[in-house]
Write a protein that binds this ligand. Sequence first.
Ligand SMILES: [Cu+2]
Length: 285
Amino acid sequence: MKFRFKKNILLLLSILSILAIASCSSDSNEPVVNELEGLNKFQEVTNTTHTIELYKRKGGLEQGFNEVAFRIKDNATGEYVKNATASWMPVMHMTSMTHSCPKSAIEKKSTEGTLYEGYLVFQMAQNATEYWDLKIDYTIKGVAYSVTFKIDVPASLKRRINSFKGTDGMRYIVAYVEPHQPKVAVNDVEVAIFKMQDMMTFPVVDNLKLKIDPRMPSMGNHSSPNNVDLTQAVAGKSYKGKLALTMTGYWKINLQLLNANNEVLKGEAITDAVPESSIYFEIEF
Ligand SMILES: [Cu+2]
């Protein structure tokens, strides 16, 4: 009897520990409580089966680099779909032609969450007669769905993107990614660089170098110390460096794009005679 009692206690203890482990692991599988924290829903589109909710950190889409997230809601159940795979295709409809822009693959932000995310890089803004639309193709449990809708891509107030032909004859797109909130400090700076392979294909370009020369035109065009030119640590990814901003106000970040042999593809060094480069970003804070 005593032996059985002991055995039962052991059994009970092991069941309790299994329950404790199970409840722990189910906690960590729960969706992030507030996955929409800091995100703004800027558009919602519906087809016969689903509603797509589009999110951005603030405001809506604009000319330049846009980090975009979306959710897919099942119209019949009201539930958000967690197991879709998706791709997208932005197209600008111009009077004389159509073309696309640089874009990422779409990835699920977390397994248990409902957000799908990536980036779209609009090199041109819409105007009165020319507009962008976005096609999202998605597959859920082997069934393919699609939705195409017009998007609003106004011009950015400050220059965030440069589209140009390099001295090698290639067309490049150089887009400002970060810092989102520049500070009076040496900021981590990130830029994405693409080339136009054809009207619909814009891959990341590897092994370039982006020289930066931040200047304050309103204050004698002074520069700042401790800037670090941007290089690419991982092929297929963005370029990173250090951007020193010594005071608040309007800065022009003059750029020079160099190839692997340090030959200038586009942009000028700043001198007394050359106060600005032909490619640059603008920051005001
Ligand atoms: Cu266009």
